[in-house]
Design a protein around this ligand. Sequence first.
Ligand SMILES: Cc1cc2nc3c(=O)[nH]c(=O)nc-3n(C[C@H](O)[C@H](O)[C@H](O)COP(=O)(O)OP(=O)(O)OC[C@H]3O[C@@H](n4cnc5c(N)ncnc54)[C@H](O)[C@@H]3O)c2cc1C
Length: 299
Amino acid sequence: MLRLSEIKLPLEHSESELESAIRSRLALIHVPADSLIRYTVFRRAHDARKRSDIKLTYIVDVDVKDEAAALAHLNDQPHCTVTPDMAYKFVAKAPESMKSPRPVVIGLGPCGLFAGLILAQMGFRPIILERGKAVRERTKDTWGLWRKNVLNPESNVQFGEGGAGTFSDGKLYSQIKDPKHYGRKVLEEFVLAGAPIWLAVGSSTVLAIVFNFFSYGGLVFGDTSHRLLPRFLVFYAFLGGLNFFLLRALIWAGLGPLWAQALLLPVLAGVGFVGMRRFVFGRGPTGSLRHLKVGSGET
Ligand SMILES: Cc1cc2nc3c(=O)[nH]c(=O)nc-3n(C[C@H](O)[C@H](O)[C@H](O)COP(=O)(O)OP(=O)(O)OC[C@H]3O[C@@H](n4cnc5c(N)ncnc54)[C@H](O)[C@@H]3O)c2cc1C
């Protein structure tokens, strides 16, 4: 497979423009246009160095019909190389007859889950031990803290099936620059697990809203009553829209996207706090953490 980098296209471009840019690049290494079998985008990044002309920069991996012929011309072009081998390499394989000893993994967070998965894929029969509760019960305990201020020290946002990030909104630190491509193995496993994109994006958006409702309501205003949810959703959408339009305005005025968002953060935090108090939760901060009870779950 060949890797083509530094393919630059305007922000608003069509799929066919990308394809024809790939064909033009291939022509430079003497690959005829009809030789392109398929391509996958390895990376897409914004090049915002020139503010008035922001571009998308692609790295794509391509399959071509006569790869050997193309390889002979690779030296001519610095931005055409051979795609590196990104496949995960198992460090061992369990002997067929091996039934014991079974490796033990402590903790069912992301690291424990993947350690267990890799061990199983290598043919071992790992046992995973987790001190906290299963995710369903853990959800009740965690919401018990957010809604009723009762902390169960053994089952909470940190401890239990799924580990610490279970109740986050699901963004992942993707390690795209990791030379060993471990992050790719993780992403491949997610895809193999069968989660379609719409489900992944939809569920992480819902989780983000729920997380923000309970952290704002529980920790800041001390009220997470369900009747507030419709008003919260409206104001949350308003904040998202406000962020979008102000960001566009600042970029249009010539500010870089990162600076623009950094400038907006304190403004949006202020508007968010005042708006939540005025329109959603209807009162000032109660300092609800003062009422936190550490114990068995009784209020
Ligand atoms: C609220 C929150 C939001 C977050 N949001 C994000 C995010 O959006 N994106 C992101 O990339 N990262 C996020 N993180 C960080 C991310 O969750 C952690 O980096 C990640 O969970 C670390 O994984 P881990 O497997 O090393 O440890 P953990 O996830 O902490 O897992 C350790 C597991 O071991 C168990 N355990 C501990 N001691 C024992 C024992 N003695 N015996 C048995 N089991 C034990 C614990 O119960 C736990 O389940 C968030 C973290 C929190 C708390």
